[in-house]
Every structure is written in structure tokens, then in C-alpha cells.
Design a protein around this ligand. Sequence first.
Ligand SMILES: Nc1ncnc2c1ncn2[C@@H]1O[C@H](COP(=O)(O)OP(=O)(O)OP(=O)(O)O)[C@@H](O)[C@H]1O
Length: 266
Amino acid sequence: MPYSIEVKDLRKRFGDYDAVNCINFNIHEGEVFALLGPNGAGKTTTIRMITTLLPPTSGEIKIEGFDIKKHGTFIRRLIGYVPQALSADSTLTGYENLLFITKLLRLPAREREERIRYVLDILNLKDAANRLVREYSGGMVRRLEIGQAIIHRPRILVLDEPTVGLDPVARHNVWDVLNILRRETSLTILITTHYMEEAETICNRVAIMNRGHIAALGTPDELKAMTGKSDATLEDVFTFFTGNQLETGGSFNEIRQIRRRIQRFN
Ligand SMILES: Nc1ncnc2c1ncn2[C@@H]1O[C@H](COP(=O)(O)OP(=O)(O)OP(=O)(O)O)[C@@H](O)[C@H]1O
């Protein structure tokens, strides 16, 4: 049985800077795996290469055993991607957004309604289906975007900072949805995150990225044990492996995200 995602000696060079510098990891089917790291660590660049949006400078990526260099079109159908930027249309209802995606992906007409119903149900958006997305809260929009990404039954779901800018309640709602997906499907889930709590609550394994490298990889408990401190938190692990204090809630990117979201809904 091949791994769901295999990354071997992966490198991405921008000019003379290695944004991703020879990283290796494998993700099992059904695993929830996080890339955790400070701004500029190379997390987004890594998932852009995995989702085939960006060609690697060198190295290898296999999705369910298929090399992305040879099977890009096929692999894109295996992956659902929730980018950082807003991807739902605020001038349409939730239902219309989902219908649009089913048409874009050319799902057979007879399957569309059933898939939309399933997605609205699992994401707890049934009651809001016919409301304009501009009236949704940030958490509801995020859940709808997850719906758009899973409507074609992908095998792998990739989310770039899925809860950035959300309040704690909305963040927990998104985690609930990801936990339901993990329980009810065999989806492999890859996320990038700044939030320790997120990595610890929903992820089986975490890779800590720093300056293009993977500084450490393991279950949250394994990572804590590596610090040699009996009462280590994941925050201690982060500081131990990167020498950085991870700032949450105030990065340029987060502020930009939140501002974009506010702009979009005004
Ligand atoms: N298209 C590009 N051209 C040049 N440099 C880039 C490009 N994309 C990313 N970089 C640089 O590569 C490095 C890694 O960026 P990346 O966005 O992957 O980091 P990240 O870990 O996702 O950070 P963040 O949490 O801020 O999104 C950064 O120094 C960034 O400025």
C-alpha cells in the first residue's frame, strides 16, 4: 500500500533563496498531518508543490504512488484544496456556490444534488444553504470552503491555515468538521498552521518547519518527549526546535487575511 503523500528531497528555490530546502516526509492514508512553523518557514510553498500549483526545483512528490510530474491531471482530482485566500463567492448563496463547483468539476448531474446535500449536512450548513454567503460568519465561510473542496470526493484534503483569523468558537467548529471527516471518511488531511492547539487537538503527526527545513517530526507526544522536559508543551517543542517564539494572532499575513475578509463582507 503506497503512502497517501510521499515527499522526497523536495526543494524550491526562488532566485538564490531555498524556500524549501530538501525536505522529506510521508503521510499515511487517513492521517491528519500538520506543517507547523513561523512565517516564511516554507509551509505554503510546500503545499503548493504538493497540490501541483508550483513546480518543484528538485525532488519527488508522489500522491498515492503516482508521481506528480507524470500524473498531474489525475492527481488534481484526488486532492481537495482550501487555500488561505477566500474562495467562496459572497454574492451567491451557499447552495449556489456548491452547485457552481459541481458544474466546474463536471460532476454528473444526477450526483450533484446528493453531494450538495451530503456536504451541507456534514458541515452543519443546511439551514444557511439559501442565504447569501456575504451574510455568513467567518467560520461558516470556512466550512463552506471545506465543502467546496470535498464535494468531488477527493482522497486528500489540503488546507492552508484553515482557522486563521477565526474566533475560538468558529475555530472549534472547523476542528469539529475536520474530526467528523476523519471519523466518517478515509480522507488524508494535510494542514498548515500557526496554532499549537490546532496541531495538538486534531493532528496525528506534526512536522515543525523552520527556514525551509523540517526541524522535527512526530506525534505531539513524541515531539514533547524529544525536548527532555517532562511537562513540555507543544509551544516548548516549537521553541526548542526553531529557537523562535511563535507569535500567534499578529503576523502580517494574519492581519492581511482578516482585513481581506472584512473587506469582502462589507
Ligand atoms: N513566489 C515567490 N517568489 C519569491 N519568494 C517567495 C515566493 N513565494 C514564497 N517566497 C518566499 O519563500 C519563503 C517561504 O514562504 P512560504 O509562504 O512558503 O512560508 P510560510 O511558512 O507559508 O509562511 P506564512 O505562514 O507567512 O504563510 C518566504 O521567505 C517567502 O517570502
